[in-house]
Design a protein around this ligand. Sequence first.
Ligand code: GRF
Length: 201
Amino acid sequence: MRRTRTAILISGRGSNMFALIEAAKASDYPAEIVLVLSDRADAGGLALARLAGVPTDVVVWRGARDRDAFEAELDRRLHAARVELICLAGFMRILSGDFVARWRERIINIHPSLLPEFPGLDTHARAIAAGAKKHGATVHFVSAEVDAGPIVTQAEVPVLAGDTPEMLAARVLVVEHRLYPEALRQVASKVPRLDKQPTAL
Ligand code: GRF
């Protein structure tokens, strides 16, 4: 079976990244994790990836004014690793419309809410404040608009009386770790082979 060459982009602890790496150990899994890339050298997930034997790389984010150079460098590293599909997993940078267009239908993200509810940050606190009875996580294709691309799959959790944002986040994270590997399985098996790399800058 041919496996889709997949990169995971992170900025932090990398628990979703780790769930994807674990899932991809199964010989019948349609994605192979060939690279973990972070915009921060101190992202905790980098050490986890190295321990798991996955190549890692860092492209340091130097601020919004530097975004074109940052994305050109991301593209270069992704092409060098012959990446066909990108999973954003706690990657805290907003990618430009041009970058997203170059990777159209080849870039997915996990977001901790039932989109279209609560795009953006602080989703758990906002769900509690809004009196939501249900909350959860979404895996979606990335589009130029933040947290708004076509949905691949979602998982729900209940919001319980007395929940703090931390309690709710922990309940959502458990389902994220199941949801993202399921979503990558679905997407990876449909991604066309990349004989020609996306156009570089
Ligand atoms: C997750 O809640 C994910 O949904 C969001 O950022 C968090 C990343 O956590 N996009 P981790 O780094 O995967 O542990």
